[in-house]
Design a protein around this ligand. Structure first.
Ligand code: ADP
Length: 445
């Protein structure tokens, strides 16, 4: 009797101890989560956790050498030793989709890229919350919120292979921006990464495509800014905008800031006639100061600038763009590849077959001086010709549309193409000498 009473008591004590351990584990887990959220800067989420659980976690401290990261790492090691593979901790639900770009009035659009291969879990960088973006006054914080509000997860979906030609420019951009992010251990000391890179050349030659490929191929936060919009939309605030932008880029590093149409903000002082607007001068200075800040830091923030008119650029800015890469007009081979890419022998447009019979080589010769976007335009115009011919038929059949004939587009021929070229002149041919002269003087590859 005595023995059995004792055993019941022992069993009860053991159960109570077990319950206490479970309870204490639950609480510790919450404290670790709270600690993890605070460490990562998710201050609002941490406060919400306190509210939800009605526990003041701030009264607890996490002991030395322990946090969720460590716990997880140790679990992974244990699992690896036991099963010779790492545990699978999370599963992706089907069809996550990209968040649609929001209506974007400011033209400041940080793009976050996913760097995953097929079938892998997508590697989207976690965007840290702005609540930890401290050390700023409320006005700056508001600006940061405005910039961040327009952050959308977007895959620009431009692969290196989508860019036709430009082999040298691709190699240089990879070397200057992509590899330092991928292989940081190689880029130290004298090889410390470049901080500023200028892509210059005629409009429509693929400068923006190159920048988008960087965003697609690197796992970085990508800020895409049209410099003219800084000036026109931000006027008085543009200097502050630049400061906050660089702060944000550092905060979300590794980041790339793509400044398009650089000449519209960084033109040489005194050019363009009339006195320079005070606000715009302050903004220029701020941009230079920020670039200097980058050069002196180890932050993985790159400035990728593009300009169609490099000779208009301020020399102080040029000095800070250490690498200057000419993105020139497409070569004959590239032009041929472009035309056969956009107008292959057989393609489908809106469910209707479009056939072409083109002497690609001859067309490539005839399009000398055309930029990539010129050639795309010409291809579009050539493809429009047979489509235009069926408009009449379509319009006249609209009322009694039951017996619409099946649509057959006429084949696009070399003659069609040449006729289009005769009426669509290249946009930048006259400036080529100027680019080459500038390249001779300022090239830095
Ligand atoms: P910019 O040099 O003015 O930044 P973009 O990169 O915006 O020119 O190019 C404009 C368009 O022209 C692109 O969207 C693309 O359709 C076409 N294009 C220009 N260059 C190339 C190229 N090298 N390869 C493929 N498409 C190109």
């Amino acid at each position: 009797m005595e023995l059995s009473y004792q055993s019941i008591r022992t069993a009860n004590q053991a159960r109570e101890a077990d319950d206490m351990r479970t309870e204490s584990r639950r609480r510790n887990l919450l404290i670790l989560i709270f600690h993890h959220l605070m460490e990562a800067g998710y201050v609002d989420a941490a406060s919400a956790l306190e509210q939800d659980t009605n526990v003041c976690f701030r009264r607890f401290e996490v002991c030395d050498n322990i946090d969720l990261d460590t716990v997880l790492m140790e679990y992974e090691s244990y699992y690896f030793i036991k099963f010779q593979r790492y545990p699978k901790l999370t599963k992706k639900l089907p069809e996550p989709g990209w968040r649609e770009p929001t209506e974007f009035g400011l033209n400041v659009s940080p793009i976050i890229r996913n760097g995953a291969g097929e079938g892998q879990m997508k590697k989207e960088p976690l965007l840290k919350p702005l609540s930890a973006f401290i050390g700023m006054n409320s006005e700056m914080r508001d600006l940061a919120a405005v910039i961040s509000r327009d952050i959308y997860l977007q895959n620009p979906a431009v692969r290196w292979d989508d860019i036709i030609g430009l082999q040298a420019a691709k190699r240089l951009v990879k070397e200057a921006v992509v590899y330092p992010i991928k292989y940081p251990q190689l880029f130290t000391g004298i090889l410390s990464p470049w901080k500023g890179l200028l892509l210059y050349g005629p409009p429509g030659t693929g400068k923006t495509l190159l920048a988008k490929a960087v965003a697609t191929e690197c796992n970085t936060t990508f800020f895409n800014i049209s410099a003219s919009s800084i000036v026109s939309k931000w006027r008085g605030d543009s200097e502050k905008l630049v400061r906050v932008l660089f702060e944000l880029a550092r905060y979300h590093a590794p980041s790339t800031i793509f400044l398009d149409e650089l000449e519209s903000v960084m033109s040489q002082r005194g050019t363009g006639g009339g006195g320079e607007h005070e606000g715009s001068r302050r903004m220029k200075t701020e941009l230079l100061v920020q670039m200097d800040g980058l050069a002196q830091s180890d932050d993985l923030v790159f400035v990728l600038a593009a300009s169609n008119l490099p000779w208009e650029l301020d020399h102080a800015m040029l000095r800070r763009l250490e690498k200057r890469i000419m993105v020139g007009l497409p070569s004959g081979n590239a032009r041929q590849a472009m035309v056969s890419h956009w107008l292959p022998p057989l393609s489908c447009t809106g469910g209707v077959e479009l056939r072409t019979e083109l002497a690609y080589e001859m067309i490539a010769q005839a399009t000398e001086g055309y930029s990539g976007s010129d050639i795309r335009l010409v291809c579009k115009e050539a493809a429009m010709r047979p489509v235009r011919k069926i408009f009449d038929a379509l319009e006249s059949h609209q009322q009694g549309s039951c017996n619409m004939p099946v649509i057959h587009l006429e084949t696009v021929t070399t003659d069609d193409f040449l006729e289009v070229i005769a009426h669509t002149k290249p946009s930048a041919r006259n400036l080529i000498d100027k680019y080459t002269a500038w390249e001779t003087q300022y090239e830095s590859v």
